[in-house]
Design a protein around this ligand. Structure first.
Ligand code: PLP
Length: 274
């Protein structure tokens, strides 16, 4: 489905998400992919009720939890998807290219209909061995991934990090949206009602640019913010509005948020006026 005809509005609550997604299910639906944390809006979809409805209708259900590991304490718990996938190279701080595939037993799948994109020596093996027997593989990432999880548990504890991230994300959302509202002369607070714990939106005043113009501008602004202002912030467009997507982690400080609000926001708003 294109973003343009996405039925979930950015200010939807959990009921709104469930209603919008179930309204799209029909007797022709055989497979649903649901993002758990939405990239463009940082909304958190609690997928339990959607999964239950999909199962009731016999629709196979995959949860894309790319941003969920470590941001959520138990990202698969209670979901009962047929398949769940999530990245370890985002919030768990593991090497790039590391991810987890979970096939919960209660989902009814056994993995025997899953095949690696690249076939190799293991093609005749059952699941999961055929994913592991891939000829020449670089196993550094998968071997290091559990270490990154253990290291952060040992250094701070994941519960402490999760609380820190969500408190800092609250602060960042408030501080940066206040700065943007003041400089931009309009309300820049986030319309999102079901935010993810560690990623938050702040609206940016963009004049009358079209969604296509905003789409083109997002990667350019992300690079300018990185190269000229030395901050890593995603820039997204959803439903014709432009947003900064701020992310908190253990290595981000309130001081850095203050500097971004005070020094970078006036510059970014200035670019949008220029
Ligand atoms: C929902 C979702 N799925 C998949 C991806 C792809 O992640 P990657 O290419 O890092 O595996 C992302 C990236 O942000 C995402 O937000």
């Amino acid at each position: 489905m294109d973003e343009e005809d996405a039925p979930v509005t950015i200010d939807a609550d959990e009921d709104g998400v469930v209603d919008a997604v179930t309204a799209q299910m029909s007797e022709h639906t055989s497979f649903i992919v649901l993002d758990q944390i939405i990239s463009a809006t940082a909304m958190l979809f609690t997928a339990q009720r959607i999964a239950a409805e999909a199962h009731r209708r016999g629709i196979r259900f995959l949860v894309d939890g790319a941003h969920a590991p470590a941001q959520l304490a138990d990202p698969v718990g209670g979901l009962q998807p047929d398949w769940w996938v999530g990245n370890f190279h985002k919030f768990p701080c593991a090497p790039r290219g590391t991810a987890l595939l979970v096939i919960p037993p209660e989902g009814g799948q056994d993995g025997q209909d899953l095949w690696p994109l690249i076939d190799s020596w293991g093609f005749a093996d059952p699941f999961p061995e055929r994913f592991d027997e891939q000829g020449t593989q670089d196993l550094c990432g998968p071997i290091a991934a559990p270490e990154s999880l253990r290291d952060i548990e040992r250094l701070w504890g994941w519960d402490v990090v999760r609380r820190y991230m969500s408190d800092l994300a609250d602060y960042a959302e408030r501080r940066v949206s206040e700065a943007a509202s003041e400089v931009g002369g309009e309300d820049c607070s986030s319309p999102v009602r079901i935010p993810s714990p560690a990623m938050r939106l702040v609206k940016l005043p963009h004049g009358n640019r079209t969604p296509q113009e905003l789409d083109a501008l997002c990667p350019v602004f992300r690079d300018r913010i990185l190269n000229e202002l030395h901050a890593e912030v995603a820039v997204t467009q959803f439903d014709g509005e432009l947003y900064l997507r701020l992310t908190a982690h253990a290595y981000v400080t309130a001081d850095a948020i203050d500097r971004f609000a005070e020094q970078s926001i006036p510059t970014i708003v200035g670019w949008l006026r220029g």
